[in-house]
Ligand binder design. Structure first.
Ligand code: 2PG
Ligand code: MG
Length: 433
């Protein structure tokens, strides 16, 4: 009943309109599952390879016909006849079939589409929602949302240098309350930008695209929005930043293009440490470039006990890099993105290792997303505790926030929400709480 009988693939389009891949797996009992693959813009160099055709005549080189061909050819031949309940066996077979360390031959997008589709088909065959299939009875924790209010960096033509200005509703007692608080701040932030004539548009993940001359002006505007929504900055609603500093790093130093400022690694970490100390910031992601290990250690020493410090490009959901970070104490949290590593099994291993170290996993979408809500299920299945999906607008973002509401209803009395207590559980004492 759960034997893979067919594997198909399709070139579809992501939230930026770029081609991406969808796989569909059919099982012998008739169950079906789909896997839709997202795509990043501010990508880390250690990510698994996203295979694109590179033909300038089609979609500016971005089509994924070869990846589709790999799924329907080699990959289908390798997994038809296998048991879809054996996710780790199938994922291991896909990794071995590819044969490269970064899935460069078949493409991590091709491999992930199938890995996701296998999980979805197996869940359907078992008659279980995806989170219950992936997490068993133990996955019951609803995530604290990290939601983007302003978008910058590569997602908004670099108009502000910092990529994501987000909020976390620390004062929320339920998931639904966290959404309502975020809605209020998002709406207020629009009012603030319009009032200051700083609204330039909407960035890739649905956050406002602000036109500021200094990055810290955006921080100030966000605090103003929190207050306008009648919340206490820090206590009720805190700030979460993704600096995406790999994109700011060139020739051994960091630069803020909008401010025409350049920094040594030491000067940039000092600036980041100052921001965290002087603003109600609960979480900061990639404040250092991916391989600036010393900068990361300096950051961790200075703020690791009082702020969530997330590695995204720094770790790329890669177990070896996470292990090295745990040994070197460079962070206290790992951003988890399925397509950085390329299979469900490796993603689950990265989450488990993060949790075993007493660190916090944050399950994340990409800037180029699809309508699929797999990551909402992944967050609950693994009790990750946090979910980052971009803003509180646009279908591809809302699909994930809404899916958590459905999961909450399915879980009924078993659903848990611990909200801001997560940080204390990981030994992070937010000074303003
Ligand atoms: C990130 C993500 C989401 P991208 O950097 O965390 O904001 O962006 O998918 O472009 O890497
Ligand atoms: Mg990031």
């Amino acid at each position: 009943m759960t034997t893979v009988s067919a594997v198909r693939a399709l070139q579809i389009f992501d939230s930026r309109g770029n081609p991406t891949i969808e796989a569909e797996v059919t099982l012998s009992g008739g169950a079906r599952g789909r896997g839709l693959v997202p795509s990043g813009a501010s990508t880390g160099h250690h990510e698994a390879l996203e295979l694109r055709d590179g033909d300038p005549q089609h979609f500016r080189g971005r089509s994924v016909r070869r990846a589709v061909g790999h799924v329907e050819g080699e990959i289908a031949r390798a997994i038809v006849g296998r048991d879809a309940l054996d996710q780790s066996g199938i994922d291991a077979a896909l990794i071995a079939l590819d044969g490269t360390p970064n899935k460069a031959r078949l493409g991590a997008n091709a491999i992930l589409s199938v890995s996701l589709a296998i999980a979805a088909a197996a869940a359907q065959a078992r008659g279980l929602p995806l989170f219950a299939h992936l997490g068993g009875d133990g996955g019951t924790l609803l995530p604290l949302p990290e939601i983007q209010i302003f978008g910058g960096g590569k997602h908004a033509s670099g108009r502000v240098d910092v990529q994501d200005f987000m909020v976390v509703a620390l004062g929320a007692h339920t998931y639904a309350e966290a959404l309502e608080m975020t809605f209020n701040v998002y709406q207020a932030a629009g009012d603030v930008l319009r009032r200051h004539s700083r609204l330039a548009g909407v960035a890739d993940e649905g956050g406002y695209w602000p036109e500021f001359d200094r990055n810290e002006d955006a921080l100030a505007a966000l605090v103003e929005a929190i207050e306008l929504a009648a919340y206490r900055p820090g206590r009720d609603v805190a700030i979460s930043l993704d600096i995406a500093a790999t994109d700011l790093f060139r020739d051994g130093g960091y630069s803020f293009g909008t401010e025409r400022r350049r920094f040594s690694s030491k000067a940039f970490t000092d600036l980041m440490i100052g921001w965290v100390r002087n603003h109600p910031i609960a979480s900061v992601e990639d404040p250092c470039a991916e391989d600036d290990w010393e900068g990361w250690q300096r950051m961790h020493q200075a703020i690791g006990g009082s702020c969530q410090l997330i590695g995204d490009d720094h770790f790329t959901t890669n177990l070896a890099r996470i292990e090295r970070g745990i040994r070197a104490q460079t962070a206290n949290s790992v951003l988890i993105k399925l397509n950085q590593i390329g299979t469900v099994t490796e993603t689950l291993a990265a989450i488990r290792r993060t949790q075993a170290a007493g660190w916090l996993p944050v399950i994340s979408a990409r800037s180029g997303e699809t309508e699929d809500a797999f990551i909402a299920h992944l967050a609950v299945a693994t009790n990750a505790g946090q979910l980052k999906v971009g803003s509180f607008t646009r279908g591809e973002r809302m699909a994930k926030w809404n899916e958590i509401l459905r999961i909450e209803r399915q879980l009924g009395a078993r659903a848990r929400f611990v909200g801001a207590d997560l940080f204390a559980q990981a030994g992070i004492v937010l000074p303003f709480r």
